[in-house]
Design a protein around this ligand. Structure first.
Ligand code: FSX
Ligand code: SF4
Ligand code: F3S
Length: 314
């Protein structure tokens, strides 16, 4: 173990995180991104001895900031710091100290300095109608800011359903003409949908990039295959109840207590692609269906229009 790694493990220990806990986390992350267990030490090294810290410009458009919150309040109290350690966050409106003109200057400087090299993480959808009257930062429309900065990045990662596909802002009647970033700008983005998205899918994407030197394989909606190749329904632990016709029809009922299938309460698991059943949330504690709540289809395009009315069987 070199000096850098020793320091890293020392820092973790000071937070009460043993090396074993950390390796457990790395094993789960390795499995999530679809790599074999032989990669676990390499994944650990990405955190413990980072060789490069890619510059990141993190933009916010129309959204609720739940995506940032999901990443920062993630799983283990220490993992947010790990993420901040492997990335060099140059601009992030929620966590940066700068404000006003200084913040604008930071954005401009970072994009100029790292043009063609930075990763642009985007949360939120872009208003394209009414000349941007539906969303501005520092007097400039979301569309202007997106157009100016996103195409200069080495890669644009859309974090959340809003930046990926428009999300709640794009729900009918959508007077602001909100669109996902790829659609609004006509560029190819990497999409990590979910409202909120699972932070492990962002961390997995970044670790894949640092380890392999490239972004993970994507599906036709530009989502990482490692997370979005299967439906919730195909991975659901309640699936045998579905097959046997054992359904919950009322919350709080005996059937609910028995963990029966939530299809009749409007579960959209059969039409939703995501890895919630295996990745889970909050350090693998739980996920909607485990907690007794039907999947709302939060990571699918147009879910506010297509998956509603919620809680009703289709
Ligand atoms: Fe959207 Fe994210 Fe849902 Fe909220 O930033 S995906 S509304 S959790 O916050 O964009
Ligand atoms: Fe499928 Fe939802 Fe039933 Fe799970 S709870 S088996 S995802 S319908
Ligand atoms: Fe969303 Fe369904 Fe997962 S509502 S969080 S995709 S279980």
């Amino acid at each position: 173990m070199d000096k850098q790694e020793k320091e890293f493990y020392g820092k973790l220990e000071a937070k009460g995180v043993s090396r074993r806990d950390f390796m457990k986390y790395c094993s789960a992350l390795t499995a999530t991104i679809g790599l074999s267990a032989s990669y676990v030490p390499k994944v650990a090294e990405v955190f413990a001895a980072p060789k490069q810290r890619p510059p990141v410009v993190w933009l916010h458009f129309g959204e609720c900031t739940g995506c940032t919150e999901a990443v920062l309040r993630t799983m283990y109290p220490w993992i947010d710091e790990l993420v901040l350690d492997i990335l060099s966050i140059e601009y992030q409106e929620t966590i940066m100290a700068a404000a006003g003109e200084q913040a604008e200057q930071n954005l401009h400087d970072a994009v100029k300095k790292y043009e063609g090299k930075f990763i642009c993480i985007v949360e939120g959808a872009v208003a394209t109608a009414y000349d941007g009257a539906y969303g501005k930062v520092a007097g400039r429309t979301f569309l202007e800011i997106a157009k100016e900065n996103c195409p200069k990045a080495a890669a644009v990662i859309c974090l959340g359903t809003c930046s990926s596909f428009g999300g709640v802002q794009a729900a009918k009647p959508n007077p602001g003409g909100y669109k996902g970033v790829g659609d609004a700008l006509g560029i190819k983005t990497l999409n990590i949908p979910g409202c909120p998205p699972n932070p492990v899918n962002l961390i997995g994407t970044v670790v894949n990039y640092l380890l392999m030197g490239k972004l993970p394989a994507l599906d036709n909606l530009h989502r990482p295959m490692f997370a979005f190749a299967k439906t919730i329904h195909d991975q659901c632990p309640r699936r045998s109840h579905f097959e046997q016709g054992e359904f919950v029809t009322t919350f709080g009922s005996d059937e609910a207590a028995r963990g029966y299938c939530l299809y009749k309460l409007g579960c959209r698991g059969p039409e939703t692609y995501n890895n919630c059943p295996t990745a889970k949330f909050h350090g693998g504690t739980s996920w909607p269906i485990q907690a007794g709540h039907p999947c709302l289809g939060c990571s699918e395009p147009d879910f506010w229009d297509k998956m509603t009315p919620f809680y009703e069987e289709k």
